[in-house]
Design a protein around this ligand. Sequence first.
Ligand code: NAI
Length: 652
Amino acid sequence: MSPVSIAIENDIAVITIDNPPINATSHAVRKGIWDAIELIDRDDAIRAAILTCAGRTFIAGADVTEFGKPPLDPILPDLIIRMEHATKPIIAAIHGTALGGGLEVALGCHYRVASETAKLGLPEVNLGLIPGAGGTVRLPRLIPVAEAITMITSGKPITARKAHDIGLIDKVAQDDLLSTAKTLAVQIKDTPCPVALMNRAPIKAPDDTTWDGIITDVTKKARGQDAPIVAVNTIRDSVTGDAKTALATERENFVRLRDSDQSKALRHIFFAERSVAKLPELKEVDPHPIRIVGVIGGGIMGASIATATLLVGYAVVMIERDDAACDRGLETIKHHLSGSLKRGLLNQEKYDRLLGDFMGSTDYAALSDADLVIEAVFEDMSVKHDVFGQLSRHCKPTAVLASNTSYLDINAIADMCANPGRVIGLHFFSPAHIMKLLEVVRTAKADAKSLATAFAFAKRLGKIAVPTGICDGFIGNRIMSAYRKHCEYMLEDGALPRDIDRAMVAFGFPMGLFAMQDMAGLEISWATRKRLAPMRDPNERYVALGDYLCEMGRLGKKNGLGWYRYDANGKAENDPVVDDLVISESLKKGITRRTFTDAEIIETILRAMQAEGDKILSEGIATSPDAIDVVMINGYGFPRHKGGPMFMRKTG
Ligand code: NAI
């Protein structure tokens, strides 16, 4: 049966696409729409048509199962041209999301209405692509060119309100979407079809002199990714040339990008992120319901975990050591929520409601109804022991107890609890209300229900949850420690911190390892190194430069001195003191310094990541190489368009 049906009400045809889950533009859908338009064109009794979708969304993208297969007619660009030239006006009625090919289909319609909560976007750049069915040609002929550039090069969807403000949609439906579309259909059915977008002039086209600046700006933001740059150039060709040629150019560029390494890498990580949390052994396991979440500690992590938890609608009980610490925790939460308020992500009413869902206390008895408790106290085993002892006493037996520890052994923590099966790790990344990554740590005795609860919680938080076993640093911090070691070897062998950082930034990291350490503060890893010192193999090469910096009181950006020195505005400068320290250390160890090329530096870093990745896999810490790529990209700034260290090795 065709996923496209047509119903005729008086002289209005309603074309409905029903192709769950996202009403993708599969071949059957394209053919169904084509046939419906043919029928409508032939039937003189029909005066207008509405294109709508069943289920939770308008067309939200392409059919991934058709990726890589030869396209079957009608292909999407042809279908949209056909729609545009229909003799009766077509109204797209959009709910949920109109994304990629979905928005391009809507651009082929003559009018667009959307429900208040709808989102519209062309996210192709996120997969290393550009719109391939006329998006770069039609969009700048419907909305101002600058807005089209932002939408296409950023890939970020916009709200229905914004879409209405810039002219992308004609109406925001206040109540029922279909009745709004029908009312509009009645109004326009006797007027001629508006001029097809292809035949219109671009809106507010930049003059010749501004294009170079626009392209430079997009190139800077793209940080090594090709698709946004190709997109802006394609838009320029479209706006400055004729639309028909532009359509052909867009297609050519689309096909070229589709076959590129970057697009393959981005598609790899897109699918990896969607599959990594799906553990077959948890498929049939129902999670515990969660209503109240306890957070222990209101410091950097506790406050941002509480914020993330409040934002998705849970009640939060935070436990701190004393009233003053409790107040500080609450102030930090308010600060985070105000940020969301300022960015328009929540309104004052919701802000007040979220704070109403929060309770701070110094008494663990307040956790008696908590369904999940996340501990984020000092990174000190004896403090954690004490906390979990309290949790064992005060929480209900089904409550899942999680530690946010970065390095400590959660098995040991679990073993001192009455029911170790419910103890797991939830390793958030800072700031937890913003960072997408969450390592879900499986302790040796963790039961399936507790793990299923952790994954369900992560999903509600909108996190990418990666399962990991227990080892020092789990997946991410362990790989970072491994490549950090090799970066430090390079310092002693001839590189300076700025050489390594420059190579990493050129490769696509947002910042280099040493600048990142300065930002995080050097004392955390110093404490870890001191803790691990007794276990260190005396025959293994050890670089003490990081320790020397800490001993000199250079703890990073917060005190203005670390691997770099920072000016009053927090801008990093090279510090000759650090250069001298590095060079004299080589001398002391009898190492003849040599130069490293950027390529050599990156090769060294990649090899270190991959070797540690292999160890992690062989020990069963990560479930797949994809999981490692997901962690490095979402938690450690590895450039997304390279697909991750494990993917890079696979593809050479
Ligand atoms: P922090 O020092 O900012 O906060 C710790 C908080 O715990 C303090 O507010 C303190 O008053 C409170 N606290 C200490 N003992 C307590 C007790 N017995 N009962 C209740 N509250 C108590 O530390 P931060 O950075 O938030 O780290 C917390 C945990 O999260 C550590 O285990 C750390 O390794 C881990 N972590 C830290 C990350 C980071 O980037 N800072 C990232 C991921 C994990």
